[in-house]
Design a protein around this ligand. Structure first.
Ligand SMILES: [Zn+2]
Length: 296
């Protein structure tokens, strides 16, 4: 099997705790015929954004140099290395001289979110609800010039609709679920999901337990049932060609029985059982692979 994941915080975690970090080694490639991983440069709200960006970027290049990863291009996902690409989470933490197309292009940033959960000079996040600000609209323009796609996963609802009005391109939600199934500020309403699908975007199914179900699953069966509710809803809304994984590993609280990449092969079998091969393949790999090939 193959899998593609739109969000992990491995770089952030490894930059803070290099001594305990062994994900790339402890979760070997074996068992997968292809693997695409988006690595978020996560700029936490209390941090010096530029310094944290630089540290994670350096680490990413070290992993590339050490041969654990290879940069994504159309063919790499089929070979026995992780085909990787970079995203930014919370671009408002960068200094303003980095909010431009040259910076995004130079570092190969494929997706970028303006915010995390709170306010910053670009926009407001889902917890605080503020709008996209003037600088935020300039940054969206810079993203377009650089070919970087806006990621709405942490954006406020108000910001989402401002973006949809001001920008006619595709956008993604790298790690968010359906609010109709679990009303959480980090999840997207049916209306938001339909807009995202209509634009040709992707939504990454998030495995962080609080975004999946109100009652934390205590068994693997409960985890799968809770995820099935989100998947079924996304499919009912017409999302078959827009589903992806957005596992949120290394930054969130994984669901029971789905604690890391090693569990994804079994999860594939669950999706296969409930939804069939076409949906399983779309969710796990094909939609992301096709999206990347079309856009980059
Ligand atoms: Zn996040």
């Amino acid at each position: 099997m193959r899998y593609a994941d739109l969000h992990c915080d491995a770089l952030w975690r490894a930059s803070l705790h290099p001594e305990e970090f062994s994900r790339l080694e402890s979760e070997p490639f074996s068992g997968f015929d292809g693997r695409i991983q988006a690595f978020a440069l996560f700029l936490s709200e209390d941090a010096d954004g530029n310094a944290l960006f630089d540290a994670q970027l350096a680490l990413f290049h070290r992993w590339l140099d050490e041969g654990n990863l290879t940069l994504w291009d159309e063919k790499n996902g089929k070979y026995n290395k992780t085909a990787a690409f970079l995203t930014i989470e919370n671009a408002g933490k960068l200094s303003h001289d980095r909010w431009n197309a040259e910076f995004l292009w130079k570092h190969g940033i494929r997706f970028a979110s303006l915010t995390w959960n709170g306010e910053n000079p670009l926009a407001g996040g889902c917890e605080t609800g503020g709008p996209i600000r003037e600088a935020g609209f300039h940054f969206v323009k810079a993203m377009r010039e650089a070919g970087t796609i806006p990621d709405v996963s942490h954006l406020s609802e108000k910001g989402f609709y401002q973006l949809a009005d001001a920008y006619d391109g595709v956008f993604v939600a790298t790690h968010s679920n359906a609010a109709s199934v679990l009303p959480h500020k980090r999840n997207l309403s049916d209306d938001q999901l339909k807009i995202l699908f209509a634009r040709g975007g992707l939504v990454g199914l998030n495995l962080h337990a609080p975004f999946v179900s109100e009652k934390t699953p205590c068994s693997r069966k409960e985890s799968i049932e809770a995820l099935n509710r989100h998947l079924k809803h996304l499919l009912d809304l017409g999302g078959a060609e827009h589903l992806a994984l957005g596992c949120d590993y290394d930054g969130g609280t994984p669901l029971f029985g789905l604690s890391g990449v090693k569990d994804l092969a079994i999860y594939y079998d669950d999706v296969l059982k409930y939804f069939g091969t076409a949906v399983a393949d779309r969710l796990f790999y094909d939609n992301v692979s096709e999206f990347l090939s079309r856009r980059f």
